[in-house]
Design a protein around this ligand. Structure first.
Ligand code: NAD
Length: 352
């Protein structure tokens, strides 16, 4: 069974305002009695609320999740999990919290219910990235795919405007690279385009009114579609570049994706014109890279790596790191090409 089948067939995915209130029944139906609620420190209040609502089925809260799933944090959470004799994981949060849940499930075999509050899409993939001594390794294993996903638009409505936009662009990046992935299928392309269409329609509505629950629900459906194709296809230049930059300069995940996406698309556009044409059609404004850049600008998304603290004199090293290991990409990866891309992404210029 490939990753796509796993994503589509082995998960229960529920959407709806207030759906989180069904958590108690869902945990009970799993036969679990002691759910450990996971979150980041910033979302510990919401995690406490959830645990309180779970009542006697809650074993407690662990609020130490951080970005990139460091093994030391997983070890600490595992100790806590064992101390409270938990038999089920509940992750409330974005990719960082869901990453911790996946890492714990991999080690213990415990079932997971995840309640995503960003659009990163980790809940839809059998992928887990973990870091140890500053080195990130990624594995793909059906065992880490959460059994149940609850998309409650009321919870994502608290995501600040900037994070909503960058997280949405992060999700769109999965779908864009799925369009030209060597292992794409008709189904992944259809799903990717549905996700892109929905995000492009929903994002302006969300900026206009962050509490628009219909737009939030639309964007969560889009996030699932984008996450599913991330799990089912191979990512290329955009994801490799974000991975390299994030690791080398400790950059925030969603912002880095938001800045790089138009430039990565522009780099690949000449090598995959037919595959990217539907994206241009959705954006409705000529070449896909510049059109994405203008879309990001209208959403007031961050557009310059220098605003994330990257220095111009670090770009040569970044280009070197980005070309160090070959990987499949529609257009040949050259050092000069990547260096030019990075210059524009650093200064915040449009890709053309
Ligand atoms: P995140 O989970 O780190 O969240 C960013 C910040 O926003 C955190 O402080 C979080 O507590 C806060 N936050 C989240 N939702 C909120 C809400 N609704 N209201 C207020 N604050 C909220 O960010 P992310 O972009 O979702 O995830 C990034 C991580 O996920 C990275 O480590 C990345 O590698 C990983 N990821 C993994 C996969 C996968 O398939 N394995 C896919 C995408 C991302």
């Amino acid at each position: 069974m490939n990753a796509k089948d796993i994503t589509l067939k082995q998960q229960t995915v529920l959407h709806g305002a207030g759906i989180r209130h069904r958590l108690g029944d869902i945990v009970a139906d799993m036969g679990a009695r002691r759910a450990l609620v996971l979150s980041t420190p910033r979302q510990s209040g919401a995690a406490m609320d959830l645990a309180e609502r779970l009542g006697s089925r809650a074993a407690g809260v662990y609020s130490g999740a951080v970005m990139h799933t460091p093994r030391a944090v997983t070890d600490e959470a595992l100790e806590h999990l064992r101390a409270v004799r938990s038999d089920c994981l509940v992750a409330l949060g974005g990719g960082s919290t869901i990453g911790l849940s996946k890492a714990l499930s991999l080690r213990t075999g415990l079932p997971q219910v995840v309640i995503p509050t960003t659009y990163a899409g980790s809940e839809a993939t059998p992928i887990l990235g973990q870091t140890e001594n500053g080195v990130k390794t990624t594995l793909k294993d059906p065992a880490v795919l959460p059994q149940t996903v609850l998309y409650d638009p009321e919870l994502v409505a608290s995501l600040p405007a900037t994070l909503s936009v960058t997280s949405g662009l992060n999700a769109m990046a999965h779908a864009v690279e799925a369009l030209y992935a060597p292992d794409r299928t008709e189904a992944t392309t259809r799903q990717a385009l549905a996700g892109l269409r929905a995000f492009i329609a929903a994002m302006p509505r969300i900026l206009d009114n962050p509490k628009d629950l219909d737009a939030r629900e639309e964007s969560q459906r889009a996030a699932y579609a984008c996450g599913a194709v991330l799990g089912a296809t191979s990512m290329a230049l955009h994801h490799k570049l974000c991975h390299t930059l994030g690791g080398a300069f400790d950059l925030p995940h969603a912002e880095t994706h938001a800045i790089i996406l138009p430039h990565a698309v522009d780099y690949n556009a000449s090598a995959a014109p037919a595959l990217l044409a539907p994206l241009s059609d959705i954006l409705g404004e000529g070449a896909p890279g510049p059109a994405l850049w203008r879309f990001a600008k209208t959403l007031n998304a961050p557009r310059a790596l220098r605003d994330l603290g990257v220095r111009e004199d670090q770009l040569d090293r970044a280009a070197e790191l980005a070309v160090a290991r070959p990987y499949p990409n529609p257009r040949e990866i050259t050092r000069a090409g990547i260096r030019a891309l990075l210059q524009k992404a650093w200064s915040g210029e449009a890709p053309v």
